[in-house]
Design a protein around this ligand. Sequence first.
Ligand code: B12
Ligand code: SF4
Length: 334
Amino acid sequence: MNTLTNKVVQLGAEDLRRLCLECGADGVGFVEVDRLSLADEHDAFLRVYPRTRSLISIISRVNPEAVQSPVREIANEENHRTTKEISHIVVAIVRRLNTLGVRGLATPVGFPMNMDRWPGKIWEISHKPIAIEAGLGQMGINRNVINPRFGNHVLLDTILIDAEIDNYDQPIDFNPCFNCNLCVAACPVGAIEPDGTFDFEACMTHNYHDFLGGFVQFVDAIADATNAADYRSRNTDAETASWWQSLSYGANYKAGYCWAVCPAGDELFGIYNMDTKNYVKTVVRPLRDRQEPIYAIKDSRAEKIARRRKNKTVRIVESPIRAPIPLIDASGGE
Ligand code: B12
Ligand code: SF4
């Protein structure tokens, strides 16, 4: 809405696309706020920004080689760096749009989220279905959006604006996921199944050990301990230092291997296809066989899978999701 003329601004899709790319986006697409396939999200859009008329979906590529490194601090740093980068890009886009009389806001890439709702739907806007509707990719077996060029090696963000756009995008008519199942093979807790079923609890328990519910358990462990020796008998010094690192430098993922190994998308497929055996040897094996602790719930499928894996030390923990998970509903409530 132009605040001087009080009229809804109409933006040209191609000019807007150019503006977003100039601000640093690696890909961009547009969706009208009342797209039927996003009906479940509609209330959330208006709750976040009541004057929303259009959604701008933005992707920023991560460097796959960094994300694939068995030196996981490199992967985590790349994740954090790209998160900051895309956050700056979307703010720059909103500022440029303001000069054209368009108002709007950029939503968080990931954290911070609404912890009052933990362990429910703590995020407000689901970037994945918007990116799919904006023609930026399709969902892979690993439940990540795979862009035809950059593969799943992208982070996503969404801008809500009060203007209309003269041409909205549509989903692409093919899925870059080609069922290689490397994501299934790489996950140390078997969270990804070949039919695309995703074990949320297994991923949350291991990959997110140092944040959210894992952090709540850390506090419990301190509170329950009778003394330092008692605490240390249940948590190694390395684990305590790992929590400190996540608090100080941004939460560190323990795995994310399903995202790392995916070879789909034009930029990586050639490397994979040229020598698939070598890709498995140099990208998948180093992560699959990485020496590391694996956090799993007792007698879970995740525990059984982790025990079969080479070089893994299984650490039994409680479920980080203590209350039954409330259904994800459109109101964003419990
Ligand atoms: C919640 C969440 C998670 C959850 C659930 C993942 C999921 N599949 O939904 C967990 C904690 C497991 C997670 C892990 C990761 N995530 Co995440 N995550 C999100 C978040 C905040 C919302 C995702 C969402 O909309 N889910 C709902 C629907 C759309 O997803 P779905 O796959 O169709 O449905 C699944 C969930 O609903 C899940 N589920 C079932 N019951 C429950 C209950 C609860 C309470 C929850 C939370 C989920 C859940 O199982 C469903 C079946 O597959 C977004 C950021 C955002 N605001 O959008 C990032 C996001 C999806 N994550 C991302 C990434 C990169 C990751 C990790 C790779 C992080 C890492 N480095 O390890 C892993 C990959 C795990 C995986 N294979 O999905 C990227 C994906 C980029 C891309 N190319 O698609 C996003 C978009 C962040 C971003 N801004 O770029 N994530
Ligand atoms: S690793 Fe293979 S099966 Fe998994 S999402 Fe990527 S292309 Fe699809």
